[in-house]
Design a protein around this ligand. Structure first.
Ligand code: FES
Length: 71
């Protein structure tokens, strides 16, 4: 998982289009890797990644990573 704020100008990545292992920001079309959080192509910047795990039908998110953001 990645944060919901584009590294360009904070656009809502949750409203972008996911394609393969990347998401395109709906504001200015930067493409962000869902694996590394880094902007792809000529753009530079990154968002924080949050470890997740899929086990059968359940999705686990690393709450420790989310808590460190709030601190
Ligand atoms: S805010 Fe996402 S590309 Fe500009």
């Amino acid at each position: 998982a990645i944060d919901d704020h584009c590294p360009h100008k904070g656009g809502p990545l949750s409203q972008g289009i996911v394609h393969g292992a990347a998401v395109t920001c709906p504001l200015h079309n930067w493409v962000i890797s869902l694996e590394t959080g880094k902007a792809l192509g000529a753009d530079e910047g990154s968002v924080r990644t949050i470890p997740v795990k899929v086990d059968d039908d359940r999705l686990f998110i690393a709450l420790e990573a989310l808590a460190s953001k709030a601190a």
